[in-house]
Design a protein around this ligand. Structure first.
Ligand code: ZN
Length: 108
């Protein structure tokens, strides 16, 4: 049996399904996406901090990574790296302009 915990309200739930196979990994109390309860809390590595949903249909997206370039210099560096790597010239220009604006605001 696998144990899951809601990062929002700390409600615990159980399922025989692994996390990848959970059909509805949503907290029954508050609706947040649950995470495996076995994750060590003292380690400050990769962890689930955000629930992400597709704009077009509201479906949850699980394998993604949220950046906060407004407050994280590493995220601004990631925007510049993505702009350098993408084949989409319009997206690259938008990302560079966004990173530049945020760098200017961070320097104030
Ligand atoms: Zn909850």
């Amino acid at each position: 049996m696998n144990e899951y915990i809601c990062p929002n309200c700390k409600t615990r739930s159980y399922s025989s399904a692994t996390y990848e196979n959970l059909k509805d990994p949503v907290c029954g109390e508050c609706g947040a996406i649950v995470v495996p309860a076995s994750e060590p809390e003292e380690r400050d590595g990769l962890k689930i901090k955000y629930n992400v949903f597709k704009v077009e249909n509201g479906e949850p997206v699980f394998d993604c990574f949220v950046l906060r370039p407004d407050r994280d210099p590493a995220a601004r560096a990631a925007l510049r790296a993505y702009a350098a790597a993408t084949q989409n010239a319009d997206l690259a220009a938008d990302l560079l302009a966004w990173a530049e604006r945020l760098e200017q605001e961070a320097a104030k």
